[in-house]
Write a protein that binds this ligand. Structure first.
Ligand code: F0G
Length: 502
């Protein structure tokens, strides 16, 4: 069979629509319809193509041989594009445009997003109890977080809709990303962030890119509520991950990751969870690759939250049995799995300090359909895991380190086998939150939580893998003495059983 023909017939012709995810509704809207949730029932919207409708239980549209040929043709096309000079092929999102709801004439707003490295991380692997581990570093995107892969699609859609002003609520990364892409597209941009609760680096980025920065009295969930009210006015276009075009761009990380793994499907993929757009998108990408025959099985997708901001993990605790893919005829209305928002989320991983995640139903689908897990980890576990990732020479922001902290737990519990192939997705760059890293290494990292009586409680975190700076006199001898002391300290610590990384 001619694989090119398969591509043209099966993919290009498949019409895309926006469709309500609620099974009792399922209303469809054209791509140009400007809405964020279903106009009929308020449900979240998915962008769907007829072709991607096959589920992993095997109800194939067309014969198996068509699906296999489609998968092979797509893999070949995407391999060829790695050497192409077309600017869309230089982007790690638009390179996979067969999966995106835009036609060939679309004017693409790109900063050459994606193209992020996948690293071997032997120290992190050892820390988790794994033989080997790969880290897909989405923090190496143009603005330092995974948000760019979604923002390129959402801002491209904004241009298609000829909107005036793009807006978002954010814990800092979405806003930095939107500010940059809006500047590229020459669109007006306003971002809403919780005052005093986002890192300086993220705030600095949004200021530099020229956005109107609005610091709200309240937390992220308040900001999200207010921005949704604002976006009822048509002159504001909302690009939080409730916007299905964001999810479309973000799902391509699944393709880039698989391509980097030479299409060898890992056993597990682990991501942090906040507003749950990322896990929703990654899951959608994986399911579409499976439906198209690009991959022949699914990895288990696991989501890790910070314990003080873990409504999704709480929802799953004591819920469905984990570890085996649920029925392919996924029931969106699952009575037992309904999310209860948390009113006062607390975590030093400010990117995921979210109590009422918008995309939880989509993330629930991703976890259940791939047979993954959802869990939460403590502030101490996050802090130590982050330091270990740093010692692999990689580094990340605190939210990303939930993945390694979570993996350590899952290996200990036996859900992840020591010999299995695992990819953890790091979502933000280490420079996104320098204050956190400095406080950890100086031994001054303090987390806050709410006691049952509503009073604030402080917890001084241990700096288990501290690497504090040393202040010295301006002499050669002072340097030599200091380095000798450091060498002595580390051998002494090893003797006392303190964890030491050499
Ligand atoms: N990691 C980082 C670095 C993030 O910035 C976020 C979310 C997440 C993980 C969680 O991803 O929300 O898709 O589950 N940051 C958003 C923001 C909320 O506004 O920048 P999610």
């Amino acid at each position: 069979m001619n694989t090119t023909t398969v591509l043209e017939d099966e993919i290009a012709a498949a019409p895309a629509v926006q469709r309500c995810i609620e099974p009792s509704c399922g209303a469809c809207y054209e791509l140009a319809a400007r809405l964020y949730v279903c106009a009929r029932c308020g449900g979240l919207l998915d962008v769907v193509r007829d072709l991607a409708e096959k589920d992993h239980a095997g109800s194939v549209k067309g014969s198996d041989s068509v699906v296999k040929a489609t998968g092979a043709a797509l893999r070949k096309l995407w391999e060829e594009r790695l050497a192409s000079p077309d600017y869309r092929d230089r982007s790690g999102v638009w390179r996979y445009r067969e999966l995106l709801p835009f036609d060939d004439e679309t004017c693409v707003v790109s900063l050459m997003e994606g193209n992020t490295p996948i690293y071997d991380a032997p120290r992190s692997a050892g820390y988790c109890g794994l033989d080997r581990l790969k880290l897909k570093h989405q923090g190496c995107n143009p603005t330092g977080s995974f948000k760019d892969t979604g923002m390129t699609a959402a801002v491209t859609q904004a241009l298609r809709l000829k909107v005036e002003t793009v807006v978002c609520a954010s814990t800092g990364n979405t806003s930095a990303s939107l500010a940059a892409y809006a500047a590229r597209a020459d669109l007006k941009c306003a971002i809403l962030v919780p005052h005093g609760q986002i890192s300086h680096a993220k705030l600095a980025q949004s200021l530099d890119y020229g956005a109107a920065v609005l610091e709200l009295d309240g937390n992220f969930d308040d900001a999200m509520r207010v921005i949704r009210e604002l976006a009822e006015d048509e002159s504001f276009y909302l690009v939080n991950s409730i916007n299905p075009f964001r999810i479309e761009g973000q799902k391509t990380v699944a393709v880039e990751m698989l391509q980097q793994l030479a299409w060898e499907v890992p056993d597990h993929v682990v991501v942090p969870g906040g507003n749950l757009g990322n896990s929703a998108a990654l899951g959608k990408g994986l399911l579409e690759l499976y439906a198209l025959g690009v991959i022949d099985r699914l990895p288990k997708l696991t989501v890790v939250q910070a314990a003080g901001a873990a409504p999704f993990a709480q929802m799953f605790a004591g819920g469905i049995p984990f570890g085996s893919p649920a029925s392919a005829n996924y029931d969106w209305s699952l009575e037992a799995l309904q999310l209860r928002p948390i009113e006062h989320p607390q975590t030093l991983a400010s990117a995921i300090k979210i109590g009422s995640p918008v995309s939880w139903k989509k993330a629930r689908r991703a976890v259940i359909e791939t047979g993954g897990r959802v869990l939460s980890v403590s502030e101490q576990e996050i802090a130590d895991a982050k330091a270990i990732i740093g010692r692999d020479g990689i580094g990340c922001e605190p939210a990303s380190a939930t993945t390694i902290a979570g993996l350590k737990v899952l290996v200990a519990e036996g859900f992840v086998g020591a010999g299995e192939n695992v990819v953890a997705v790091l979502t933000g760059h280490v420079m996104k939150d320098a204050d956190y890293a400095i406080n950890y290494h100086r031994g001054t990292l303090v987390s806050h939580s709410l006691a049952p009586d509503g009073s604030a409680e402080e917890q001084h975190l241990d700096s288990t893998f501290a690497n504090p700076p040393a202040r010295i006199k301006a002499t050669r001898k002072a340097i030599v003495d200091q380095l000798a002391r450091r060498a002595e300290d580390s051998s002494g610590q090893a003797g006392r059983g303190r964890p030491v990384l050499t």
